[in-house]
Design a protein around this ligand. Structure first.
Ligand SMILES: [Zn+2]
Length: 223
């Protein structure tokens, strides 16, 4: 019975509130459900673009004071309802400039979020490169972030795909090829072949590696 009630609470879509540790304001968490999403695009830096859907953010800004926090670490509001007077504040997404500052001030963010932070900054700063005809060189901050990110990535398929893209962007084509030479799940074979070709052509550009059902796109990087 309790389980059923909980399911109904989810269906009711009650807003969830956490509390800013800096100013104490109630922060309304974004609705993570995206029932409208029909098409997802997976890019070669493992960025999953889902049309008409905002992606869940792990790091964000308090809408009241602008303090940056980690979603998982914000305490829940003690009151069942937010403070009166229409003082709801959203958990605002960070901009690429926010991330650029954070990658140079890592002590502001808990260690478990560092790789997320570096991946997000890389993917966000790649926005201007998506679909661009000409390769856009990395800025000094982007390059430094990418070099550090590569050290944090492991051996999971998604990590290796990110490594291959990152190494191509750093123009280390031999290392990118080496990352892609180790066997991958057969489902990823067409993607791997394409990425290897790009490396052989010394092409640093980002490419779309999958378009279609967003769940399928997400599954590809979680194999
Ligand atoms: Zn605040």
């Amino acid at each position: 019975m309790e389980v059923v009630e909980r399911q109904f609470q989810v269906l009711d879509n009650e807003p969830v509130y956490k509390q800013c540790t800096h100013c104490g304001a109630p922060i309304q968490l974004p609705d993570s459900q995206s029932p409208e999403a029909r098409e997802g695009t997976l890019w070669s830096d493992a960025y999953l673009e889902v049309r008409d859907s905002s992606e869940p953010q792990m790091l964000g800004k308090c809408g009241a004071c602008g303090a940056i926090g980690c979603l998982a670490e914000l305490p829940a509001m003690k009151e069942a309802t937010p403070l009166a007077g229409g003082t709801d504040h959203a958990f605002e997404p960070l901009t690429v400039d926010d991330y650029a500052v954070l990658v140079d001030n890592l002590e502001a963010i808990s260690a478990p979020f560092h790789s997320y932070l570096r991946i997000r900054f890389w993917q966000l700063s790649n926005e201007r490169r998506r679909g661009a005809d000409v390769p856009l060189p990395l800025t000094a901050v982007e390059r430094a972030n990418l070099v550090e990110l590569l050290k944090l990535l492991g051996e999971a398929p998604a990590d290796r795909l990110m490594k291959a893209q990152g190494l191509r962007q750093l123009e280390d084509f031999e290392a990118a090829e080496a990352v892609l030479t180790e066997p991958f799940d057969a489902q990823l074979s067409p993607i791997i072949e394409r990425l290897r070709r790009l490396g052989r052509d010394r092409d640093v550009r980002l490419v779309k590696v999958f378009s279609g059902d967003p769940r399928q796109a997400a599954a590809l990087v979680s194999i």
